[in-house]
Design a protein around this ligand. Structure first.
Ligand SMILES: [Zn+2]
Length: 167
């Protein structure tokens, strides 16, 4: 969904200062409904996946804050990916060591020894996901009925200019 809207002359984040720049926000949401669960049984897939792109005006301070969050989020994502790669390397090394050794009666226990390598792998993915969340500027929530901006002053100004797009 590409939207065209009238932008208030107000920073979207603080709702106070006049905007000096504009940023395009890309957001998406997906989910399942009761219908998804019902149709799963007959092999159908009914879930929704919607995305939206919209512009927001920002003052210099808020623009800087959002850009800094993006950098911090990227660093957290990189850390998560490195932790996951470390875990995968550990799993690989442990597995090849195990595969080279002769199997004894305790081989189940030997393979269970690989389980701890899952901890850094899963933790890495979790950290990367958190980094992705940090990167996302949370300025508005939206659905098919319209936008709701977190900042009340901006939301009010937005609703006056775009009465059909605000909820
Ligand atoms: Zn601002």
């Amino acid at each position: 969904m590409q939207t065209s809207m009238q932008l208030p002359a107000l920073c979207c984040k603080c709702g106070e200062k006049p905007p000096t720049s504009r940023q395009t926000i890309k957001d998406s949401r997906s989910g399942v409904s009761v219908l998804t669960l019902l149709t799963m049984f007959i092999g159908m897939r009914v879930n929704y996946n919607e995305s939206v792109e919209y512009d927001v005006p920002l003052c210099a301070d808020c623009d800087g804050k959002i850009k800094r969050r993006k950098v911090v989020g990227l660093l957290v994502m990189a850390l998560g990916i490195m932790v996951a790669i470390g875990g995968i390397a550990w799993l690989f090394i442990s597995y090849t060591t195990l595969a080279g050794a002769p199997l004894d009666a305790n081989y189940m226990a030997q393979y269970q020894g690989l389980l701890p390598t899952m901890i850094p792998i899963l933790a890495g993915f979790l950290i990367a996901w958190i980094g992705k969340m940090i990167r996302k500027p949370k300025l508005a929530s939206w659905n098919n009925r319209g936008f709701r901006f977190k900042n009340k002053a901006y939301h009010k100004a937005f609703a006056e200019l775009n009465p059909t797009m605000a909820r």
